[in-house]
Design a protein around this ligand. Sequence first.
Ligand code: 6PG
Length: 250
Amino acid sequence: MANTSPPQLHIAPTPDEVLSQLADFIVALATSRLATQDRFTVALSGGSSPKKLYTLLASPAYRTRVRWEQVVFFFGDERYVPPTDAESNYRLAHDTLLGPLGIAPAQVVAVDTSLPPAAAAQDYSRQIAQFFGAAPPRLDLVLLGLGEDAHTASLFPGTSVLQATAAGAEAVFLEAKQVYRITLTAPLLNQADTVAFLVYGPEKAAAVQQVLAQPKGVAPLPAQLIAPASGRLHWFLDEAAAARLPAGGR
Ligand code: 6PG
């Protein structure tokens, strides 16, 4: 049963304040979950926005506040490039978070982009299913960003993956960019316990308004597909990104 509770908005004046709020949120959630379970699973987002978040989490102010050895890292999506490529989401996470925290390879479930795109997606789905065993894949936390066209992960407007009904990973070919991406599908993302968007900057204000303030209609925008069954959907925004929401989102 889909949950219809509204998302919780966390709006701060500046990007740095948003990043601190989200970092504190992640620490609190991980601590809470690890009080009753032995692992905390998180799907990392890609792009440029989360780079400062990962650097902050690996900084002296935060690195001791989570039992990182009990955290298992997944990726909401991946660019179809080698893990050493500057475009790689894995490389972003490795350079800013996983490496600095000394995360063991066994704690990372990543896309094998040495395989052909469809096989890479199938292999990623297999790895996820293997990790969760008989239980449906239910990530404790999914971090997401938002593109100016309201895409999230690699759920881009006009791509067939928006209609995916299986909870897993799929390969997406982006005609405009002539590149492949591997992405978790909306059904898998919506099985998560908690989903948190991190969006800041004035260039995102229009997309934020379209996603949060406009009705979904018959063809929801990609980010409007994200509605976790748990109802725990959070948006961490700076005032610039929230500027076009009614009353600035407050
Ligand atoms: C990616 C992300 C993508 C990203 C948005 C926003 O692989 O790029 O998964 O969904 O979150 O494109 O990117 P920026 O943070 O760079 O604006």
